[in-house]
Design a protein around this ligand. Sequence first.
Ligand code: KE4
Length: 434
Amino acid sequence: MADSTSFQQSNSLAAFERAQKLLPGGVNSPARAFGAVGGKPLFIERAEGPYLFDIDGNQLIDYIGSWGPMIVGHAHPKVIEAIEAAVKKGTSYGAPTGAESELAELIVDSVPSVEKLRLVNSGTEATMSAIRLARGATGRNKVIKFSGNYHGHVDSLLVAAGSSAANLGVPDSPGVTPGTSQDTIILEHNELAAIQQAFRDHGDDLACVILEPIVGNMGCVPPKPGFLEGVRDLCTKHGAVLIFDEVMCGFRVALGGAQEVYGVTPDLTTMGKIVGGGLPLGVYGGKAELMDQVLPAGKVFQAGTLSGNPLATAAGMATLKLLRDESPYAYLEEQGARLAEGLAQAASAAEIPHQIQRVGSMMTLFFNAEPVHSWEQASKCDKELFGRYFWGLVHRGVYMPCSQYEALFFSSTHTPELIDKTIAAAGEVLKEIA
Ligand code: KE4
């Protein structure tokens, strides 16, 4: 374990200085800028297995895993081998390949509710396309989403809860027009009564409900018992499309994702992250009768120059084959339970109010005295304390997600020894910052 005195980041600071002259905030995605934890981001040189190596020579046990994709560890030999074989044949053709069907078959075999699918280039593209398909297929306009759920930077979903009476969204990001968000209804997550009311108010104009079946984007928030079943029943009753955004929990909590864990079947599923093995790839898929309404089979437009890219499909296929053939989920569950127990004991020993919420190898240590079932509770976490926890661990060679509102992930390459090292480091830090 790195001792907290050896850590330094002068090269990262210089790199960040340079990047800020070229990129807004010095990053290509805001989550990486450390805005939620303070300080300046670490610039990464390379990664292998459970480790990140930054440009100052710090070795870090990685609990972000590229925000989810790296479930089999960084630079897995079989994934690298698949990409190397693919790249020797070129990088993109703009024409169909057999590899796209092979990856599609792997996904269809893993996620029974997905009969047909489209490969796209990101989770955002997947959710944007699924919403458009739901609206095109039903001829309806309104969409229900839940506060604290994130579905990528889709204009119509970048809205915060608006006036409490109507619950109609209002633009949350400049550039999202009222015209775009007027059909978005924001509800409190895990609250069935609110959805029942929304269906009473808007039922015949509700195209879809989109949600993270296991929320990762306000920290890890599993569904309350009956919540997913209740949403499913309401969508069925009113003819609205149920979209499970499994970009994060897909292939993470089980080969069949959250819908396998909870036994609730959506009409459409969006995926990303793991399905691309760390390369740009997203998926939306579901019932054939729905997917066949996408151009050119149907009339709902969606397209992409690099959709089904040979390198991304190769990385995705290699990763899904590893998950199918080696099935690391029992191991991940066992190590997840140990890590959760260890972090909880460390926080209790430091007498810090906390909640540990976990599904498999995704979890969050909330600095909150109350369980977190929705954004209303999540927003009350001690974010300042989380920042000190994050940096205390970085100085000890452990790289947690840089926000209280993100889930941590670990891989099948995180050994029990590394889990124990992480728990020990967390114990030191939590005592220090309490
Ligand atoms: P991308 O467009 O970032 O591939 O996927 C968007 C997305 C959609 N749905 C869910 C449930 C997601 O979690 C995401 C992306 N997640 C964030 C962090 N939780 C990615 C990190 C980032 O934005 O840099």
